[in-house]
Design a binder for this molecule. Structure first.
Ligand code: AMP
Ligand code: MN
Ligand code: MN
Ligand code: MN
Length: 274
């Protein structure tokens, strides 16, 4: 069975609209797909999840939070999209994201001595909520940096001027919204935070203490050693294992939809409880 439980559409920072994303998944013969946009479930207004042929759609979201000052992402999978507590949480995150965009724009304008980037960044984001990649695109469009990567390295990445983190709800809150909506809370891409093993285990303690019950054992392209390391932690903690491409667009080969290593047989797949 082909499963991809981590993808992005134009409703956040992906390049395909939700219908096109689902069509691509059908072409790739994916059996189970979740669209997990950053801090929004708007994609699910655009598709009819119950009437698609050959594919099961699992309603999902990727929520931003901070833990000990580090930006952390939590996936909410198999959520009830109509749950009021989740909806209120999402509204709060969207307001925080909007406020953060204003602050990022202010900082970049001052630092780079450029015109207010916000109107152009809004246009780039289109129907989606604004994220740092839209700012990165703007800096490339205006020849401030030669690539999105450089824009992140110099201005938007961790610890840089455009990295405004105070805005998100805390770990316990985002996890509670997911469980309130009968969803499974899953720690996204545990290796991306570059934590020591001890710190990662502490994060998992706090996360499971708040009701989190899964972690991504496979996220995009990673090597077997990384997968086995995560599988071991996942099993030792009795957590459910998730897998996904973290697909954003068809250009970047590192996160092609549906193509990533298989979950190790030792893991309990997160979908086994749905
Ligand atoms: P945000 O949700 O606004 O905090 O933006 C985070 C998103 O930026 C991530 O989900 C990635 O899609 C993207 N991102 C993070 N680091 C980089 C990078 N170095 N180059 C390109 N995109 C990145
Ligand atoms: Mn993203
Ligand atoms: Mn993420
Ligand atoms: Mn993601």
């Amino acid at each position: 069975m082909k499963v991809d439980l981590h993808t992005h559409s134009t409703r956040s920072d992906g390049s395909l609209d939700p219908a096109a994303l689902v069509m691509l998944a059908q072409q790739r013969r994916i059996d189970m797909l979740s669209i997990t946009d950053h801090d929004t479930i708007a994609a699910y207004r655009d598709i009819d999840v119950h009437h698609l042929s050959g594919i099961r759609i699992i309603p999902g979201i990727e929520l931003s939070t901070t833990w000990r000052g580090i930006g952390i992402h939590i996936l909410g999978l198999n959520i009830d999209l109509d749950n009021r507590e989740l909806q209120r949480g999402v509204d709060q995150q969207l307001a925080a994201r909007e406020q953060r965009a204003v602050e990022i724009a202010r900082r970049l304008q001052k630092k780079l001595d450029i015109d207010d980037p916000l109107p152009a960044v809004r246009a780039i984001a289109g129907h989606g909520n604004i994220g740092r990649p839209h700012f990165a695109r703007h800096l490339v469009n205006n020849d401030v940096t030669k690539s999105m990567d450089v824009a992140f390295q110099k201005y938007l990445g961790s610890g840089k001027i455009g990295d405004v983190r105070e805005s998100w709800a805390d770990l316990a809150s985002v996890t509670r919204w997911i469980t309130a909506a009968n969803g499974t809370a899953v720690l996204a891409h545990p290796l991306k935070y570059k934590l020591t093993r001890t710190r990662l285990l502490e994060l998992l303690d706090d996360f499971t203490g708040a009701g989190g019950s899964g972690m991504e054992v496979v996220n995009g392209q990673q090597n077997e050693e990384q997968t086995l390391k995560l599988a071991k932690i996942c099993n030792a903690r009795g957590l459910l294992a998730s897998c996904g491409s973290d697909f954003h667009n068809t250009e970047s080969g590192w996160s092609a939809m549906g193509s990533y290593s298989k979950l190790p047989d030792s893991c309990t797949p997160v979908w086994s409880c749905w």
